[in-house]
Design a protein around this ligand. Structure first.
Ligand code: UD1
Length: 430
C-alpha cells in the first residue's frame, strides 16, 4: 500500500501557479533534504533484493509518489512515514512498467536494469519527464545487450529479455550518461562475472546508488571515477540507506542568495558536490563560508556576470543552467552560457525574456547582457529546473510575476513557496 496523500503531490491540480512580488533580499536558513535524482534510483534498485529495504532522508516531492506507485504496480508494498520509506519486494516482482506512470517521469527507466537482472525480462514504457531534449535510450539498450540481454523498442516500450541470466562484459559509453550508468550497474550486480563500465558517469548520485548496492551485498569498485568495476553476485539482501543531500537544491538556494543580495545558511549542504558552481558564485562576488553542517552564502552587491559551460560531473551541472542564466540577466556585464548536455534546455529563455532579460540564443550558446532589474510578467515553467529558475528571476523583478506550471517545480523542490516565504520572499501558490 502506498501512503502518499502529501499536499502538493502528483495529484495536485496542474494549473497551480506561483505569484511572486519581487524585491525581497532572502535571509535565513534552509535545510537540504535527500536528492531527487538519488532517491528515485535507490527506490528502483530496491527491486534487486526480495524483502524490505528502507530508505531515509526521502524528500517530500511528487516524483517519489510516482516511483512508489510504479513499484506498487510491480507487486511491492511501499510505506512512507515522514522522511522514511520502506519497500517490501516480493520474490517474484512483475516485469511491466506501464505508460500511464512511466510517462510522468524519466527516472522510471531505472526499473529496467533491476527487472532484467531479477526476473529475466522487462517491459518499460518509453519515459517522459522534462521537455529538455531528446534523451535517447540507446546507451541503456546497448549496455543491456552487452550483458547478454535481447533488447528492442516496440509499440512504445523497451522490451528486454535475458531468460538465462546476464553475463558480465566491458561496456564503453559514448557519453557518461547518468541513467545508462545506473541501469548497467543495477543489471550487472546480479550478472555472472565481471562488468567494467568505461566512461561511466561520476555524479554523486551514482556514488550514492553504488553505496546502496554495496550495502545490499554487491561488489563494486571505482565509484565516482570514470571506470566502474562490478563483480556479479548471486543474490542481494535488503538494506537501510540514507539518501545523499540534494546538490541541485543546494545550488538553487546559493543562486537565490546571490541574486537577491541576501544571506542564506544552507544546513546539510555538501559543498564538495558543488565545487564548480560555488567557485562561479564566488567569482560573481559571493562570500561563501563553511558552517558546522553546510555552507553560508552572502552577497552584498549586484553580481558580476559569469561565463559557464555545462558538463557531466564534476563540471557545472546542466540542472543549474536556468539559475545561471537568470543570474546573468541581472548581473553587471555580458556572459556566455553554453549547454553541452541537453539540446532543449534553452526553451525557458523565451519565458525569461518576457521579464525583460536580454538573451540571444545561438545553437547551444546563450549570450546574456545583464540589466539592473527585470520587470514582472506572467510566465510559464516548462520543466522542474526552468520553473525554479523563473521563480528566482521573479524575486529580482520589479512588481508581480506569475509562474504557471507550479507542478513541475513540485517534482523536485519540497515546499518551495513555504521555504521562500520563510526566507522573506513574497511568494504565494494559488
Ligand atoms: C539525469 C538527471 C537529470 C540531469 C542529467 C544530467 C535524473 C532523473 N535526471 O538525467 O536531472 O540533468 O542526468 O546530469 O537523474 N543520452 C543518449 N542516449 C542514452 C542516454 C542519454 O543520447 O541512452 C543523452 C541524453 O539525450 C542527454 C545526455 O545523453 O543529451 C545526458 O543524459 P543522461 O546523463 O542519461 O541524463 P538522465 O539520466 O536522463
Amino acid at each position: 500500500m502506498t501512503t502518499h496523500n502529501r499536499k502538493g503531490g502528483a495529484t495536485m491540480a496542474n494549473n497551480d501557479r506561483f505569484r511572486v512580488q519581487g524585491g525581497a533580499r532572502l535571509h535565513g536558513e534552509v535545510h537540504i533534504t535527500g536528492a531527487k535524482n538519488s532517491v528515485l534510483k535507490l527506490m528502483a534498485a530496491s527491486l534487486l533484493a526480495p524483502g524490505t529495504s528502507t530508505i531515509t532522508n526521502v524528500p517530500d516531492i511528487a516524483d517519489v509518489d510516482i516511483m512508489a506507485d510504479l513499484l506498487t504496480r510491480l507487486g511491492c508494498s511501499v510505506h512512507r512515514n515522514g522522511s522514511e520509506i520502506s519497500i517490501s519486494v516480493p520474490d517474484k516482482p512483475g516485469h511491466r512498467a506501464d505508460y500511464d506512470l512511466v510517462r510522468k517521469m524519466r527516472a522510471s527507466i531505472n526499473v529496467l536494469g533491476p527487472l532484467v537482472a531479477r526476473t529475466g525480462q522487462a517491459e518499460v514504457a518509453l519515459p517522459g519527464g522534462d521537455a529538455i531534449g531528446s534523451r535517447g535510450l540507446d546507451f541503456h539498450i546497448k549496455g543491456l545487450e552487452a550483458l547478454g540481454a535481447k533488447a528492442h523498442i516496440e509499440h512504445g516500450y523497451v522490451i528486454a529479455e535475458a531468460p538465462s541470466g546476464l553475463m558480465g562484459a566491458t561496456i564503453e559509453l559514448d557519453f557518461p550518461s547518468v541513467g545508462a550508468t545506473e541501469n548497467i550497474m543495477t543489471a550487472a550486480v546480479l550478472a555472472q562475472g565481471r562488468t567494467t563500465i568505461d566512461n561511466a558517469a561520476r555524479e554523486p548520485d551514482i556514488v550514492d546508488l553504488g553505496e546502496f548496492l554495496i550495502a545490499m551485498g554487491a561488489k563494486i569498485s571505482g565509484l565516482g571515477s570514470p571506470i566502474i568495476t562490478i563483480e556479479g553476485v548471486k543474490k542481494l539482501s535488503p538494506t537501510t540507506h540514507a539518501t545523499i543531500a540534494d546538490r541541485i537544491i543546494t545550488g538553487t538556494w546559493a543562486f537565490a542568495a546571490v541574486m537577491t543580495q541576501g544571506d542564506i545558511t544552507i544546513h546539510g549542504a555538501r559543498p564538495q558536490d558543488l565545487e564548480i558552481p560555488l567557485e562561479k558564485l564566488t567569482s560573481a562576488g559571493a562570500i561563501i563560508t563553511s558552517t558546522d553542517d553546510g555552507i553560508r552564502v552572502r552577497m552584498d552587491s549586484r553580481p558580476q556576470s559569469i561565463d559557464v559551460s555545462t558538463l557531466p560531473y564534476p563540471g557545472f551541472p546542466t540542472d543549474l543552467l536556468p539559475m545561471v542564466i537568470a543570474l546573468n540577466s541581472i548581473a553587471t556585464g555580458d556572459a556566455i552560457v553554453t549547454e553541452n548536455v541537453f539540446e532543449s534546455r534553452f526553451m525557458f529563455v523565451n519565458e525569461l525574456t518576457r521579464l525583460g532579460a536580454q538573451i540571444t540564443v545561438d545553437g547551444h550558446h546563450a549570450s546574456i547582457h545583464g540589466i539592473s532589474q527585470l520587470s514582472g510578467a506572467p510566465v510559464e515553467a516548462t520543466d522542474i529546473r526552468a520553473g525554479a529558475g523563473l521563480v528566482l528571476a521573479a524575486l529580482v523583478s520589479e512588481g508581480e510575476t506569475t509562474i504557471d506550471g507550479a507542478f513541475h517545480v513540485d517534482r523536485g523542490y519540497p515546499n518551495f513557496a513555504e521555504q521562500l516565504r520563510a526566507l522573506g520572499a513574497d511568494v504565494v501558490r494559488e
